[in-house]
Write a protein that binds this ligand. Structure first.
Ligand code: AMP
Ligand code: GLY
Length: 430
């Protein structure tokens, strides 16, 4: 069977490595993939947003099944276009991908169907937004409506910050057209949890929970990034909280999308905050998270392709989705300076990894037959072990073995999770 995976980051590398465990899959193409993914799939130089190029390739190469991983092609209707030429896909259609593509849509959906989230106001007129800024509660969170590479969220501590955020999004358009409309929402506090869930529109099968580390530097300082590391499971996400989330968030979201005529099939990502008043949705993503996927899929015991096919066929209720009892850690090795200015093109040397370790390459190219760095996030160094502390130590050992000139990584990935797990154990919380 011939598969095609649209995308070219660490998430796609993790998906491809997981898919390859299925013996029925004979060939995997990555569009565009990257220099590191080239070790595991045939990389084809077609961009993830080139919907016409993707469909033409699928037709010409008689692709049996496609996995569309990133947000942009999903929101642009890549799945719709592939289905129109008869290629079965894993991933939501555009009318469901809007759950990530528009924050106004997702906030209005949650309000209409009583799904717990931060309270909010929507503005498409800067005058009205600035007037609200004079009396809104502070701090407040200002979010661009559309996709903004995960950067369209500004947390404002003062009224001056709010005014500046509104001017930069709505007038200076720092996030392009995405910021013409903004959501201004209540600032919430509490531990954050990422839950990725498979759904075929009928049932929802949450994957093991995880914790992202979004800030660039240790102790959660510095700018927001795409994610500097992850651990799974997330110790804050107890069995009781998982049950509450299923009842108050996951099932109501699937039902809400069905009621709106926008059935979601694929991986729905719930970005949750565990507030003192209960779990709240911070964001939905219409896809696997990155680098969450790099810790979640190595813990998946069931066959990924079988699950993806069941999501497409609507037979997820009969399909096994189980995870191992261990823990996983991913440490992102980035180019120094990321998410700001950074240099690429440095030779990249990868250490040998054991069976329960992996290197998922996010940004690399092959130049003159040599692997060189090619992005802000270069790779994720991943290890699975029985305990979280062992997984963290092993992931750092892999990351320390990676060589390139301007390598930068956080040194505290997993430490907060470890502390939370220790406190919980001492207090016998779970
Ligand atoms: P998002 O891109 O929506 O995930 O937002 C990026 C980050 O901003 C989240 O991971 C949170 O840490 C923070 N954030 C977003 N919305 C809120 C909120 N309402 N209250 C507090 N923090 C938030
Ligand atoms: N790691 C956050 C995301 O994938 O959006």
């Amino acid at each position: 069977m011939k598969l095609m995976v649209v995308g070219g980051g660490g998430r796609e590398h993790a998906i491809i490595k997981s898919l390859k465990k299925n013996p029925d899959i004979t060939e995997i193409f990555a569009l565009p993939g990257n220099g590191g993914i080239a070790a595991d799939a045939v990389c084809v130089n077609i961009g993830a947003k080139d919907i016409d190029g993707i469909t033409a390739f699928a037709k010409e190469n008689k692709i049996d099944f496609a996995v569309v991983a990133p947000d942009d092609p999903l929101v642009l209707g890549c799945v719709d276009a592939l289905e129109a030429i008869g290629v079965p896909c894993f991933g939501p259609r555009a009318n469901a991908a809007i759950i990530e593509g528009s924050k106004v849509f997702s906030k209005n959906l949650m309000k209409k169907y009583h799904i717990p989230t931060a309270s909010y106001e929507v503005f498409d007129d800067i005058g009205a937004a600035l007037a609200y800024a004079e009396h809104c509660p502070i701090p407040i969170v200002v979010k661009a409506d559309g996709l903004a590479l995960g950067k369209g969220v500004l947390i404002c501590e003062t009224r001056e910050d709010v005014r500046a955020a509104l001017h930069s999004m709505m007038e200076d358009k720092i996030f392009g057209a995405s910021g013409c409309t903004v959501v201004m929402e209540e600032f919430l506090t509490g531990p954050e949890v990422s839950v990725l869930a498979f759904t075929d529109g009928n049932v929802v099968r949450p994957m093991i929970s995880s914790m992202d580390h979004k800030r660039a530097h240790d102790h959660d300082e510095g700018l927001n990034t795409g994610g500097m590391g992850t651990v799974a499971p997330n110790p804050y996400y107890t069995k009781e909280i998982a049950e509450l989330c299923m009842e108050t968030i996951f099932l109501p979201t699937i039902a809400a999308m069905n009621a709106e005529g926008r059935t979601f099939r694929g991986c729905l990502y719930f970005g949750l905050m565990l507030t003192k008043d209960g779990p709240r949705v911070i964001e939905y993503n219409c896809r696997f998270g990155d680098p969450e996927t790099q810790v979640v899929l190595p813990l998946l015991k069931s066959d990924l392709f079988t699950i993806m096919k069941a999501v497409h066929d609507g037979t997820l209720s009969d399909t096994d989705v189980t995870f191992s009892d261990g823990a996983a850690c991913c440490v992102v090795c980035a180019s120094d300076g990321y998410p700001g200015k950074y240099e690429t093109g440095y030779p990249l040397t990868l250490p040998k990894t054991a069976e329960d370790e992996a290197i998922y390459v996010a940004g690399a190219k092959i130049k003159d037959g040599m692997l060189v760095t090619g992005g802000g996030r270069v790779l994720g160094a991943v290890a699975v072990r029985d305990t979280l502390s062992d997984a963290i130590a092993a992931a750092y050992a892999v990351a320390d073995g990676v060589q390139f000139e301007n390598k930068y990584m956080r040194r505290d990935i997993g430490q907060r999770a470890l502390a939370a797990a220790n406190v919980a154990a001492a207090n016998k919380i779970y």
